[in-house]
Design a protein around this ligand. Structure first.
Ligand code: FES
Ligand SMILES: [Fe+2]
Length: 447
């Protein structure tokens, strides 16, 4: 059960007793882990083969026989909706002579997946149900004998997860305590209105590092400072024994700016949208946050934001960044859930794929929702792929993705230099080192 923080009256949000202040052993963050093939191979062998991966959204599979695929490194995983409504995941490999079974991202079959090579038919549950010339196999008819190779599959929050590891701990234990911390949000029923996959010339770990600190905001994303308080003095930092972390930033002008008391246009816009007169908070702009909580509490339901009734006051405003080991960030805001994920290139540790998904709850009476890519209908988005350099934000603050990814590429160059031996971190960046220590625990066989 998620509990409410009771330490100060000014805070309210789900907490878990396992939360600890971030602390580290002091392992070095060496440069070679970002570019060495040998290190990438160790990550594959000892970490990627053990963790749970997000394969897609449950809503992508409507009818029995619907399937999606997820390419990860050189493997491909096929997730298939079963007759009983459950989901099974298999290696996307035919057990006859190894052909890749399905070569599309998603699709549907009625009762069998047919291999394009010799036409073998695999039932939705992975059983082999038909082959050509079954009498010609002197070892016996393979039907009833062979099965597709299955991998672990489970769901949480409307996400389909899978793991290569037959002995992986149960999904909810693996995610602990993040599902409880997000427990006031009905993520299962959120709609994915933006789904982007962008190629980036950087190692996958960039995003884990980047989303584990807000220290780069004043320099890289100054546009946020009028409404997001990046200062460590007002931010909550937590780590959990499971390897996951959380950071909570207040929605209010940054405590580090000289103009924190004055209302900048962005903050004025946020307040006005909830019928708060921004002028009345001039000189005490941060107090607009509590006014906004009150306004959303009072006006939310009548304006169609029924989900607001389940959120605590702080959840009505603040940014809850959950960095799930190894490569998943779930940022929950009042409006929705931002998912950021990087996955390694199959061959080259200098490249990765960066995914950005935006998921939103239903707002009664609204047909469109504001996203980084402009207004979008409340419907499941199609996947957009490309290079990050082709991505154009439709709103001013939306540039933050391009800003982060541009840095990702220049940092990758710098990390390749023999000059870089370790990071010299501020305390507010402790979770960056913590992430690498959890990674080392995997790579060195302690997890
Ligand atoms: S490889 Fe699939 S039927 Fe032959
Ligand atoms: Fe950033």
């Amino acid at each position: 059960m998620a509990t409410q923080a009771k330490d100060t009256q000014a805070q309210s949000y789900p907490t878990h007793p396992d939360a600890e202040k971030p602390r580290v052993r002091g392992d070095k963050i060496s440069g070679e882990r970002y570019w060495s093939k040998d290190f990438a191979e160790r990550e594959w062998e000892h970490m990627w083969k053990k963790v749970w991966h997000v394969g897609g959204r449950v809503s992508q599979l409507e009818e029995p026989g619907d399937f999606i695929t997820h390419e990860f490194k050189h493997e491909s995983i096929l997730m298939v909706k079963q007759e009983d409504g459950s989901i099974k995941a298999f290696f996307n490999v035919c057990m006859h002579r190894g052909n890749r079974l399905v070569s599309v991202d998603e699709g549907g079959v009625t009762d069998a997946i047919t291999c394009p090579y010799h036409g073998w038919k695999w039932a939705l549950n992975g059983d082999l149900k038909w082959v050509l010339d079954p009498e010609d196999f002197s070892k016996g008819n393979p039907c009833g004998k062979l099965k597709l190779k299955e991998v672990r599959c489970d769901t949480w929050g409307g996400f389909i997860f899978w793991s290569f590891d037959p002995d992986a701990k149960p999904l909810l234990d693996y995610l602990h305590p993040i599902p409880e911390l997000l427990g006031n949000r009905d993520i299962e029923n959120y709609t994915r209105v933006v789904w982007m996959s962008l190629r980036v010339n950087t190692n996958w770990k960039f995003a884990s590092d980047n989303f584990n600190e807000a220290y780069h905001i004043p320099s890289v994303h100054p546009q946020f400072m009028p409404m997001i308080d990046d200062h460590y003095s007002t931010t909550i930092f937590e780590m959990y024994p499971s390897g996951h972390n959380r950071m909570i930033e207040k929605l209010q002008p940054s405590s580090r700016t000289d103009s924190k008391d004055s209302i900048e246009p962005l903050w004025a816009e946020v307040l006005s949208a909830w019928n708060i007169d921004p002028e009345s908070f001039n000189g005490r702009a941060q107090e607009g946050r509590t006014a906004l909580q009150k306004a959303r509490r009072e006006q939310g339901p009548e304006r169609g934001f029924h989900y607001a009734t389940k959120l605590t006051d702080d959840e009505l405003t603040d940014q809850f960044h959950h960095t799930l080991f190894p490569n998943l960030t779930l940022t929950a805001t009042f409006e929705g859930l931002h998912l950021f994920r990087t996955e390694p290139d199959p061959e080259d540790p200098n490249w990765s794929t960066f995914d950005y998904w935006y998921l939103v709850p239903e707002v009664e009476g609204e047909t469109e929702v504001a996203t980084l890519s402009g207004m979008r209908p409340y419907e499941e988005a199609e996947r957009e792929t490309g290079s990050y350099t082709d991505y154009k934000a439709e709103i001013a603050q939306g540039d933050f993705l391009t800003q982060d990814l541009a840095l990702a590429e220049t940092q990758q160059r710098g990390l390749r230099s023999m000059a870089f031996e370790d990071a010299y971190l501020a305390d507010q960046e402790t979770r960056v080192r913590r992430f690498h220590e959890v990674l080392n625990d995997y790579v060195e066989g302690r997890r």
